[in-house]
Design a protein around this ligand. Structure first.
Ligand SMILES: Cc1ncc(COP(=O)(O)O)c(C=O)c1O
Length: 396
């Protein structure tokens, strides 16, 4: 039976990491997968996570299954962590959260729930969006349409076209937004633009679905959820998917959350009961370890302080690299203006290089980046920045 299956090519991003790992060039540079790297090129475990793991090791008394929604105290804490204690939706108890295997798992079970509520509903996604959004969400049965987002000429947003297209959405539709640090472009909505989008959501009644995978890595913990919080004040129903992979560095522990806001508590809990029912059919129950670590950090003020400091340093490191990288390219006489990189947020920017230039960077310099020219800025370091900028200038 299985002979009918042909071996598939590696996933474009994960395959890039594998190729990078096999490259023997000591000067190799990895700008591929969205994983944070420090100045030495390492992805260390957060000190707050190490400490939380020690605490949890003492506290954990059983390896029996956890409850279907995950840990109650994880869910109770992740809601104010995202929305803020004083948010009206928190005060009115209109939010319900469940743990999921990473942001990806939350995206899928969330999309399956939406497809149960409105089978085959249209889901609008930005053009472009994270490469895995379309398979992850489309396979749930939703009908994917794109709205204009990135302007390759200005390296900014096609906001008017985006709004014109979204005016076609109606109360049967869902619109996916990136909470912050848009992947792959690094171009986020300004506050004024979020205000207009929230007005539109209220007017047309579409359901906002906000993917928040980089909370704290753009401008700050409050700043990065401006859109999420505003939208939750403006509409009756929404879905927020949250990943703890990047901002807690818990990539392999697979911890995320699907948070539903309903018209009231009962409605929100009805939706999350469908999410846990869907999860039961797919993978039964969420993994425990990542959720245990996040809840341990969120409930301990000292650990939270350590975690926040580490996160602030990561964000400053990335934003500093953006400036250094763009300035160094300019100082070396780059024929292309890369200053736009300084105005973008998160791990990624589109460098605007051609497929041939990207291939040359890989073949001649062992510099790895996705074919769209999405570069993980966090892959730049003081050790490789000179080599990298010289290589880019040479292929331009
Ligand atoms: C926009 C976006 N959403 C979701 C995810 C999923 O993250 P996780 O590793 O938690 O599944 C990612 C990861 O790269 C992402 O970039």
């Amino acid at each position: 039976m299985l002979e009918s299956l042909e071996k598939l090519a590696a996933d474009p991003i994960l395959g890039l990491t594998a190729a990078y790992n096999q490259d023997n060039n000591p000067k190799k540079v990895d700008l591929g997968a969205g994983v944070y790297k420090d100045a030495d090129g390492n992805t260390p475990v957060f000190a707050a996570v190490k400490k939380a793991e020690i605490i949890w090791q003492q506290e954990e008394t059983t390896k029996a299954y956890i409850a279907q929604p995950g840990f109650d105290d994880f869910n109770a804490q992740i809601i104010p962590h995202i929305f803020g204690e004083s948010h009206v939706a928190v005060k009115d108890n209109r939010l319900s959260s469940v743990m999921a295997p990473g942001g990806s798992g939350a995206l899928r079970v969330g999309a399956e729930m939406l497809n149960r509520a409105k089978p085959g509903a249209t889901l609008w996604v930005s053009s472009p969006t994270w490469g895995n959004h379309i398979p992850l969400l489309g396979r749930a049965g939703l009908n994917i349409k794109e709205y204009p987002y990135y302007n390759a000429d200005t390296h900014g947003l096609r906001f008017e076209e985006m709004m014109d297209t979204l005016k076609q959405a109606n109360s049967n539709d869902i619109v996916l937004f990136h909470g912050c640090c848009h992947n792959p472009t690094g171009v986020d909505l300004s506050r004024e633009q979020w205000d207009s989008v929230a007005e539109l959501a209220k007017e047309l009644g579409f359901l906002p679905f906000i993917d928040t995978a980089y909370h704290g890595l753009g401008e700050g913990l409050d700043e990065d959820v401006y859109g999420v919080r505003l939208m939750a004040e403006s509409v009756d129903e929404m879905l927020v998917v949250y990943s703890c992979s990047k901002n807690f560095g818990l990539y392999r522990d697979r911890i995320g959350a699907a948070v539903v806001m309903g018209k009231n508590q009962e409605a929100a809990e009805a939706s999350t009961s469908h999410i846990t029912n869907i999860a039961r059919e797919m993978y039964s129950l969420p993994p425990s370890h990542g959720g245990a670590i996040v809840k341990t950090i969120l409930k301990d003020p000292d650990l939270y302080k350590i975690w926040k400091k580490e996160l602030d340093e990561m964000r400053e490191h990335i934003n500093g690299l953006r400036v250094e990288f763009a300035d160094m390219l300019a100082e070396k006489g780059s024929s292309t203006d890369f200053s736009f990189i300084k105005n973008q947020f998160g791990m990624f920017s589109f460098l605007g290089l051609s497929k041939e230039q990207i291939q040359r960077l890989r073949d001649e310099y062992s510099i790895y980046m996705v074919g769209s020219s999405r570069a993980n800025v966090a892959g730049i370091s003081p050790k490789n920045i000179d080599y990298l900028t010289d290589a880019i200038i040479s292929v331009l």
